[in-house]
Design a protein around this ligand. Structure first.
Ligand SMILES: [Zn+2]
Length: 299
């Protein structure tokens, strides 16, 4: 591996070399890979058992870092498969984990890992993934179960699966997050529940523009204007921890051919790499903002 090859190109090579990009990995296969990665790269990768789903399936994640991580180390969190029928979203986070592990010494990833913990949780809703349903085993939509400014914690977190996501946010200082979905195509930011803008609207917009561009997506907007919804992960993470949390939607029908799926995964990795780059610029005070332009889809 030459470290001089641009990361975007590496993404492409990585995915197309990967003969196992089809079919989608099961929860078991992802767990096996995560455990292997944590023993093979024990100095940087750590496997965490988080808890159990309604149907007693393991819920887990890995952390990757080159810091002596404490609770105060800034964390960047990627999750997938809030919706069990959006299998591509779990596969994306799994492939992103593999990519970061494999290229942990490339210059961008190395510098991110020296200052941050990266958290990867491919499967928020393992029962839904197995049943191929949007909802969890109780028939409830996990991505409508979070608190938001009009609903407090007592009336939310009814699901085991979302309580475990809360645990991740409570145990790490998550400064930024992407929640992958595969129901449409676009990059969305809070608020979902209201047309009001957040204090960080311009930062969100810039992050979304950069991710969308890296992924060749034309939709990027405040989530409310795409579809108003109450109880989403990104609203909770932003409200409670001021996490720069975005939803990245990248649909591809599960029956679509290998090339299409591989290209979606490759684009998602490129978008995630762009997100990491933009966060570094933001922290250094060097993020430049794209002026508004004609037919700007964001508001
Ligand atoms: Zn979804």
């Amino acid at each position: 591996m030459s470290l001089k090859i641009p990361l975007a190109l590496l993404c492409l090579i990585f995915i197309y070399q990967s003969a196992e990009a089809r079919p989608y990995r099961s929860q078991k296969q992802i767990k096996v890979y995560f455990k292997e990665a944590s023993s093979k790269h024990s100095e940087t990768v750590r496997y965490h058992h988080l808890g159990y789903s309604e149907k007693q399936k393991d819920i887990f994640y890995i952390t990757i870092t080159k810091t002596k991580a404490t609770k105060n180390t800034p964390a960047i969190y990627f999750n997938g498969s809030h919706h069990g029928n959006e299998k591509l979203s779990a596969e994306i986070v799994y492939q992103l984990a593999k990519f970061i592990v494999e290229y942990q010494d490339s210059s961008l990833i190395d510098s991110v890992l020296r200052n941050n913990v990266i958290i990867l949780q491919p499967i928020v809703n393992p029962d839904g993934l197995q049943l191929n349903t949007r909802s969890n085993a109780l028939g409830r939509d996990p991505n409508r179960d979070y608190p938001f400014p009009e609903r407090d914690e007592h009336e939310s977190f009814r699901l085991k699966e979302t309580k475990l996501v809360k645990k991740i946010l409570d145990n790490h200082r998550v400064e930024a997050a992407i929640s992958f979905h595969s129901g449409m195509k676009g990059v969305l930011w809070p608020w979902c529940y209201s047309e009001k803008q957040t204090t960080d609207h311009n930062i969100f917009r810039e992050l979304a523009i950069r991710i969308a561009k890296a992924m060749s997506l034309s939709t990027f907007e405040q989530s409310y204007f795409n579809y108003p919804s109450r109880g989403e992960f990104i609203d909770y993470a932003y409200m409670k921890h001021r996490t720069l949390a975005l939803t990245v939607e990248l649909s591809e029908p599960s029956y679509s051919d290998f090339k299409k799926q591989a290209s979606s995964i490759q684009r998602a990795i490129a978008g995630s790499v762009e997100f990491l780059k933009a966060l570094q610029l933001l922290r250094q005070g060097e993020l430049e903002y794209t002026p508004r332009f004609d037919r700007d889809s964001s508001r």
